[in-house]
Ligand binder design. Structure first.
Ligand SMILES: Nc1ncnc2c1ncn2[C@@H]1O[C@H](COP(=O)(O)OP(=O)(O)O)[C@@H](O)[C@H]1O
Ligand SMILES: [Mg+2]
Length: 259
């Protein structure tokens, strides 16, 4: 697959502290699903924020294929943005109904009627068409996170960045949302970069798992997951891949790789 996002020699640092990432390079292919794992504080969120254009790198660049402007810029002609970011906390606007929360991200991208249509269609995609008129406080956490996904999908991104999107959810809800992400990934053709602390989640979803470690952080393992989709958690092959990745992480810790 062709390269979609080319992350070139990024150095990310805060103030005078040593860099969080230094000379960090990774490419994401079109329609790929990549997971990033790594210890808390290693720099995963910092990396996603820089890719999303929310923070500048100290040096290096994030280049999106076919785009000559900033990666987060709106494309009013096609009613889309190249990139959408989903945080762990849904961050819905409490004073806007669900539909208006989804439409909000399309302001400046589409006119009102198109925004409404697009918002209805993505709420249907995440199974919340009949919750469009509700207020955020009337939703469960899982439903809020679905709205959050809908809001990201609404801009028809070429890549979605998800930062530990399910870590605050109970197991059953989390599993439902994992299935949603897989389905939406395949339906929409967007590339996905998902940060998770959950090895099983990474093996369930990813085509490739990047393990970040060290200081400054780098990719210390590039772990392809070769199982076909949909993956069966109960299967022997699934358990074997989870164990292999766990063992790899344990070895890296034992070798002092600082994960
Ligand atoms: N706004 C900030 N100002 C200063 N230091 C920060 C800021 N955000 C993150 N850091 C530091 O950068 C490092 C990486 O943080 P972060 O990217 O949040 O890691 P992760 O998401 O992997 O847990 C940590 O040491 C953290 O304390
Ligand atoms: Mg983080």
């Amino acid at each position: 697959m062709a390269t979609l996002v080319d992350i070139r020699n990024l150095t990310i640092a805060y103030g005078s502290a040593p860099p969080v990432l230094a000379d960090f390079s990774v490419t994401l292919a079109e329609r790929s699903l990549t997971c990033i794992v790594g210890r808390s504080g290693v720099g995963k969120t910092s990396l996603l924020r820089v890719i999303a254009g929310l923070a500048p790198p100290r040096s290096g660049a994030v280049v999106m294929a076919g785009a000559d402007g900033p990666v987060a810029a709106a494309d009013a002609v096609h009613g889309c943005r190249p990139l959408a970011l989903v945080f762990q906390q849904p961050r819905l606007l409490p004073w806007r109904r669900v539909i208006d929360n989804v439409m909000f991200g399309l302001e400046g991208v589409l006119g009102h009627d198109d925004r409404l249509r697009r918002a209805q269609s993505v709420l249907t995609q995440v199974g919340l068409a009949d919750h469009a008129g509700r207020w955020p406080h009337q939703l469960s956490r899982g439903q809020c996170q679905r709205v959050n996904l809908a809001r990201a999908l609404a801009v028809r991104p070429r890549v979605m960045l998800l930062d530990e999107p399910f870590s605050a959810l109970d197991t059953v809800t989390r599993q439902g949302l994992q299935a949603d992400v897989l389905r939406l990934w395949r339906e929409t053709g967007t590339a996905v970069l998902l940060v998770t602390q959950d090895i099983e989640e990474a093996v369930l979803l990813a085509e490739r798992v990047l393990v970040l470690g060290g200081r400054p952080a780098r990719v210390i393992r590039n772990f392809p997951v070769t199982l076909p989709y949909p993956r069966q958690r109960e299967s022997h092959r699934f358990a074997t891949q989870v164990k292999t990745l766990r063992d790899t992480l344990a070895e890296l810790v034992a070798d002092g790789e600082g994960i």
